[in-house]
Write a protein of this length. Structure first.
Length: 107
C-alpha cells in the first residue's frame, strides 16, 4: 500500500498559447521563455530531477516542435502532443495524459 503513495513521475502541462505573455509568446511557447537567463521549464525540470523524479512527460501543443530543444539537456523527457490545445482548455491536456496520472505530479 505504501508504494502506491510514492510519486514516481511528473506530467507538465505546456500546450497552451500563453496569451498573457504576448508579444513574447508570438515567437516561442511560454515554457521556453527565458527569465533571468533560464527557460521557465528548466527551473521546473531541474526541481523534479533534484527530487528524484526521472519519468517526466511534457504535454505540448503550441509550437510543439520548439520543445525538442529540451532533449539536449534532458534526454529522458517524453513528449505527449495535445491535438486539442487550440480549442480546449488545460483539461484537454490532462485528458491526453489520462493513462499516466496515477502516482504523478501534475505541473
Amino acid at each position: 500500500m505504501q508504494d502506491k503513495m510514492i510519486v514516481k513521475k511528473a506530467i507538465i502541462i505546456a500546450a497552451g498559447f500563453g496569451s498573457r505573455l504576448v508579444p513574447i509568446t508570438l515567437e516561442r511557447p511560454k515554457p521556453l521563455v527565458v527569465v533571468n537567463g533560464i527557460r521557465i521549464t528548466d527551473t521546473l525540470l531541474d526541481a523534479l530531477l533534484n527530487k528524484g523524479i526521472e519519468e517526466i512527460y511534457i504535454i505540448r501543443g503550441y509550437k510543439k516542435e520548439m520543445f525538442d530543444v529540451l532533449l539536449d539537456k534532458y534526454p529522458n523527457i517524453k513528449f505527449i502532443d495535445n491535438p486539442y490545445y487550440e480549442t480546449c482548455n488545460n483539461i484537454s491536456s490532462v485528458y491526453v495524459a489520462r493513462d499516466l496520472l496515477e502516482n504523478s505530479y501534475i505541473c
